[in-house]
Write a protein that binds this ligand. Structure first.
Ligand code: ZN
Length: 269
């Protein structure tokens, strides 16, 4: 899930030229970032994004985000070790969460409010982690023209200059959408990681259904931005259903801690 389009526009002005996608099928899997560079870039992105949109001040909410996030991130480390995932809550009523390359994950209060249980939250976090594991973001960044020069500037320079280029790369990253195939892959990984972490895997599907019904509901704005980049189409829901069916449901699955309702009660109104 992503789609901070409007909010990140201010990162952009002078850099539209860098947006030219190379548009070549061969480049779909092209990745110039090493793991170390991706992690470093994630840290720079965090600094830039939190200037615009700081996490909520409530330490309990951020503790919860890190706690539940770490449970699912631990299962993904088998597929891609060494990623320092961080999870924070931001005050935004849209139903959304997004991961930056290198492991920072942000959860909107709107997602926590819309979820009825921890399965639904974990399903979305699993999907986001799936994007990081499959390096979808890193590959997308790698497609920007002049990428080596931009990376050298963003990663090699401290202070204003490095931060400015990191802001450019972040703005570009936020503007581009993942492909349909990337979304399917992240959904599939999200289901797998949910099961591995001990959660029932239907959560992602349940949340998708809520988003679909909200489309025709009283507050379409709440889902508009997420739908623009992550439409939970009937096809996506059907595929998730299929993957859920393929994952044998062990009787030990079923974590849904009562603390989730206490966390929901703390959300800013
Ligand atoms: Zn996604």
């Amino acid at each position: 899930m992503r789609g901070m389009r409007r909010k990140t526009l201010r990162f952009l002005p002078a850099f539209v030229l860098f947006l030219l996608p190379l548009g070549c099928e061969l480049l779909a899997n092209f990745n110039v970032l090493s793991d170390e560079e991706e992690i470093e870039l994630g840290k720079k992105f965090t600094a830039e994004i939190e200037k615009e949109k700081p996490p909520v001040q409530d330490p309990t909410l951020n503790w919860y985000a890190q706690d539940i996030g770490s449970r699912i991130a631990a299962t993904a480390l088998q597929d891609r070790p060494g990623i320092p995932y961080t999870f924070k809550v931001v005050a935004d009523k849209t139903i959304n969460a997004y991961a930056l390359p290198g492991g920072p994950v942000y959860i909107h209060t709107g997602l926590l409010a819309a979820a009825d249980n921890e399965y639904e939250v974990i399903g979305v976090l699993g999907h986001e982690i799936g994007h990081v594991v499959a390096k979808h973001g890193a590959k997308q960044i790698s497609k920007q023209s002049g990428i080596q020069i931009l990376l050298e500037s963003a990663l090699g320079k401290e202070g204003n200059e490095g931060a400015k280029t990191a802001g450019t790369l972040l703005g570009n990253f936020m503007l581009l959408s993942y492909s349909r195939e990337d979304e399917f892959e992240a959904d599939m990984l999200g289901v797998r990681y949910s099961v591995a972490a001990g959660y029932r895997p239907e959560g992602l599907m349940e949340l998708f259904k809520k988003i679909q019904s909200a489309q025709g509901g009283t507050d379409p704005g709440a889902v508009e931005r997420m739908l623009s980049t992550h439409p939970p189409t009937g096809e996506r829901i059907a595929r998730v259903q299929q993957w859920v069916a393929q994952n044998p449901l062990s009787p030990t699955l079923g974590i849904d801690r009562p603390i989730f309702q206490q966390i929901k009660a703390r959300l800013p109104k």
